[in-house]
Design a protein around this ligand. Sequence first.
Ligand SMILES: NC(=O)c1ccc[n+]([C@@H]2O[C@H](COP(=O)([O-])OP(=O)(O)OC[C@H]3O[C@@H](n4cnc5c(N)ncnc54)[C@H](OP(=O)(O)O)[C@@H]3O)[C@@H](O)[C@H]2O)c1
Length: 226
Amino acid sequence: MKFGILGSGMVGRGIAAKLVEQGNDVMIGTRDVDALMASTASDFMGNPPFPVWHAQNSGVKVGSFAETAAHSEVLFNATNGYGSLPALSQAGESNLNGKLLIDISNPLDFSQGMPPTMFISNTDSLGEQIQRTYPRVKVVKSLNTLTAALMVNPGLLADGDHTIFVSGNDSDAKAQTTEILKSFGWHDIIDLGDITTARGTEMLVALWLRLLGVLQTPMFSFKVVR
Ligand SMILES: NC(=O)c1ccc[n+]([C@@H]2O[C@H](COP(=O)([O-])OP(=O)(O)OC[C@H]3O[C@@H](n4cnc5c(N)ncnc54)[C@H](OP(=O)(O)O)[C@@H]3O)[C@@H](O)[C@H]2O)c1
């Protein structure tokens, strides 16, 4: 299957590597391919510059946001929260329409330092803003409540016995997302309802960030006991 990942950070890289390992045709999208392929600095988390990662993951294609969206049958949004709507605009509505977009982004504002605040919350969510902006795209919010390494390898923690959520308006899109999540190793998948329920998982990240401060490791997750 042809997958496109909008976003070249640790989330996009992790999803892309997993999908290639599964035998898919995968492209990562970025604002400026030449700049990305010439980057030499590690990010603030210590992740290596993109070319270093790409040398070890050369099966992943790299393109503009528009090339990536045009290439793909299914898309992931793994862009910075403030960059998500601009990235989708660059991807181009005609390249997005009718497709499943699994939205992993969080509306985090780091401008005042750590922990970040949320620039959308309570009565709206970034997932909803994306769905409102692109009514013909099948937006499913998922995977935004845990660290990148666990998204595609939940078994790294508690033998995979923790919970992941899906939110979206389109039942078929959520069913397809659920199959993708199962292929990543997820078992406990809760369908929260329509895209407005993304408010819950986006705001859960405020708790996740406080736990990160206390636990001093991102290797934790939420489990809904019931
Ligand atoms: N890191 C995690 O473990 C984690 C966990 C859960 C959810 N999330 C969410 O997942 C998303 C990706 O996180 P990340 O840590 O992988 O990377 P990130 O640093 O949040 O985002 C990197 C991507 O955002 C793009 N971007 C930044 N500003 C932009 C703008 N103004 N216009 C268009 N694109 C822009 C970058 O484009 P270029 O390629 O051109 O630089 C890059 O591809 C975020 O929304 C984050 O909140 C992250």
